[in-house]
Design a protein around this ligand. Structure first.
Ligand SMILES: [Fe+2]
Length: 229
């Protein structure tokens, strides 16, 4: 089994390469790193069968369209609620299989209405996109964001997993790479440590964040699977 955590320095985005039995997928690829990632997949002797998304990103454009130029049989995979023309659209708790790996789609709305976390139960890991970040979470002030819904999503669908589950986020801005359910239950300063939904929604409403620099370009492009037109 192959696992790589790839980084985009410009947007602090993590892209995850998962491989098994000759097949690979990329979760949350980035267009400007598509050539790098395709080269790595080839170097590892794998066939890239899918580009999987956690949500419609506002800060970068998916690499899916460019990756298909390298791997013509690649399928795009997303939760049905944020399908946007993807080849494979899964319902909540639907499972995508490749090699010997099964990834369960879990709807975790709140950062955006279509957010999805991907859970690899057999290997004790989950890819949480921007729903849950290490000691943080995605913002809830645009793209149909909803703080109360995010609180419910995270607790019901991510922090309910076994305590030792490794959680891999969509971004980290402080150089951290991975966390666990136990860590975030105890130490997440917004959602953990016994904080209730009212406290969480107040914290989120008091954040004053600038819009992502590329939102006007990135969101429309991502609704087209990363295609320029
Ligand atoms: Fe996001």
């Amino acid at each position: 089994m192959t696992f790589r955590q790839l980084f985009c320095r410009e947007t602090c985005t993590y892209t995850y390469l998962l491989g098994d039995a000759g097949q690979a997928v990329l979760i949350d690829s980035v267009d400007t790193h598509a050539d790098r990632d395709a080269g790595l997949v080839r170097d590892l002797g794998l066939d890239l069968v899918a580009a999987i998304e956690t949500h419609v990103h506002a800060d970068h454009i998916t690499g899916a369209w460019r990756l298909r130029g390298h791997f013509p049989n690649l399928k795009t995979v997303a939760l049905r609620r944020c399908c946007n023309g993807a080849d494979v659209c899964l319902d909540d708790r639907g499972v995508y299989r490749f090699g010997g790996i099964a990834l369960e789609a879990r709807a975790t709305p709140g950062h955006t209405s279509g957010c999805c976390s991907w859970v690899d139960h057999a290997n004790g890991r989950a890819f949480t996109g921007d729903a849950l970040l290490i000691r943080g979470c995605g913002r809830t002030d645009f793209q149909d964001g909803d703080a109360a819904l995010l609180y419910e999503s995270v607790w019901q669908n991510i922090l309910s997993l076994p305590e030792s589950t490794l959680l891999y986020p969509g971004h980290d801005y402080h150089g951290r790479t991975v966390t666990t359910v136990a860590e975030e239950r105890a130490h997440n300063p917004r959602l953990g440590g016994g904080r209730d939904v009212a406290t969480f929604t107040r914290i989120m409403s008091e954040l004053r964040l600038d819009p992502p620099a590329r939102i006007a370009v990135a969101v429309p492009a991502n609704l087209r699977g990363g295609s320029p037109t």
